[in-house]
Design a protein around this ligand. Structure first.
Ligand code: C5P
Length: 406
């Protein structure tokens, strides 16, 4: 059976192209990675540009091609260290004998070797050259050196070469390169899954300048979004107003009111494998939001009465869908944590409820730490006080385990 490439959604591949007749295959390779969902950026050596134009690669990758070390234009877009940090995988295809020699001897005098030196992510090299060049002791020794330092060498294939000779030295077939490169990504617990998360407070308008809200900071929801994304998921974060930065690779949809949040969730929920409702959604909103600012002491009134109407229960609506995702709710409680969480699990038909004690001001709402009890239909687990980030990683593991056993 044909092995299928893993999902490369949100994966960042830095493709280095060196000078060789196989450079034209980098165009097809870029397209194939993009078909799997990867974001591809390109570095070309000067000699690569003799074989395929940077314009072609720019049009395909939809980003400026990086050609020179310390070029003010491209360095200002993304400098060489940033490029190295940006990548989840660096693949050099085709890699010339010259590149192998320069990388093996630790050179850092052009952009590609410098980025490879600075890289902390896996580096894969797909050599392509004349068979005699490949078989030379110098090239084989460079290959061994690079392998011993942790580089992945993909190919080369054997066969008829552009120079008319036959032997080992052809660039590995594009299909195989995609498969082999895909396999180098660490497959996190939520690889290939889409997770929709709500976070933060909602604001319910009273008039154009006033609203009712709560103290939710959004920290727990954002931390979960980061942890799910690190575990390989495509994360859609639907957030009420917060001051937090959107985590790397997470798609954010900003909303204000509970009605907005409900609408945003409904618009993406059919993509979701997992829904996590972390938002502190206002249960009620003013029945009428005044069009103009409400004036003080109007008609001598010394009191003001507002009428409220119930907001939709966003998570309940998700859980009631026939094709429901694995649905996780949060429960902020001040007492009888587990009992109340269990009730919520049943009443809202959830798969899992995360309960935290908001009576303790060191944890919960605005704090950086949290301690939770995870409640599911056939049991529960207590996770002691730790940072919201560490807690999120543990929670992602639990969710992934339970999802795979449903
Ligand atoms: O009912 P309660 O507000 O205690 O439930 C909390 C859980 O329900 C949280 O997961 C929260 O995000 C979600 N919720 C919601 N829509 C509401 C109220 C709460 O999705 N209107």
């Amino acid at each position: 059976m044909e092995p299928t490439p893993i999902n490369l959604n949100n994966r960042r591949i830095l493709l280095g192209i060196t000078g060789g007749i196989a450079a034209y295959k980098a165009a097809e390779l870029t397209r194939r990675f993009q078909d799997q969902g990867a974001d591809v950026r390109i570095i070309m050596t000067r000699s690569a540009t003799e074989f395929i134009t940077p314009l072609t690669m720019q049009a395909l990758s939809k980003h400026p091609v990086h050609l020179d070390l310390l070029n003010p234009d491209t360095e200002s877009v993304m400098g060489h260290i940033e490029l190295a940090r940006w990548a989840d995988l660096i693949l050099i295809a085709p890699a010339s004998a010259n590149f192998l020699a320069r990388f093996a001897s630790g050179h850092g005098d052009d952009l590609l070797t410098t980025v490879c030196l600075a890289a902390e992510c896996p580096v894969a090299i797909a050599p392509a050259m004349n068979q005699a060049m490949w078989s030379k002791a110098a090239t084989q020794s460079n290959r061994s050196t690079l392998l011993s330092r942790g580089a992945h060498i993909l190919g080369p294939d054997e066969g008829l070469q552009a120079c008319g000779e036959t032997g080992a030295g052809r660039l590995m077939a594009v299909d195989d390169l995609v498969l082999r490169a895909s396999a180098l990504f660490s497959t996190g617990a939520l690889q290939g899954k889409t997770v929709v998360i709500t976070a933060g407070p909602t604001r319910e308008a009273i008039d154009p300048v006033r609203y009712i809200s709560n103290h939710s900071s959004g920290k727990q929801g954002y931390a979960l979004a980061a942890a799910a994304s690190d575990a390989g998921a495509h994360v859609i974060l639907i957030s009420g107003p917060t001051h937090l930065a959107v985590p790397d690779r997470v798609t954010a949809i900003n909303v204000v009111s509970a009605l907005d949040m409900h609408e945003a969730v409904q618009s993406v929920i059919d993509q979701a494998d997992i829904f996590i409702g972390v938002a502190a959604v206002a249960d009620y909103r003013p029945t009428i939001a005044a069009n103009q600012k409400i004036k003080k002491n109007q008609d001598g009134q010394r009191s003001l009465t507002l009428e409220f109407i119930e907001n939709p229960d966003i998570i309940k609506a998700v859980a009631q869908r026939p094709d429901r995702p694995f649905t996780v709710g949060f429960a902020a409680e001040t007492e009888h944590l587990e009992t109340h969480a269990k009730q919520k699990l049943v009443n809202k038909q959830l798969d899992l409820v995360v309960a935290n004690n908001v009576a303790n001001t060191d944890i919960g709402f605005n704090a950086d730490d949290n301690a939770i009890t995870v409640v599911y239909h056939d049991g529960s687990r207590v996770l002691p006080m730790m940072s919201k980030r560490a807690l999120s990683e543990r929670l992602v593991e639990i969710i992934a385990q339970r999802l795979s056993s449903t």
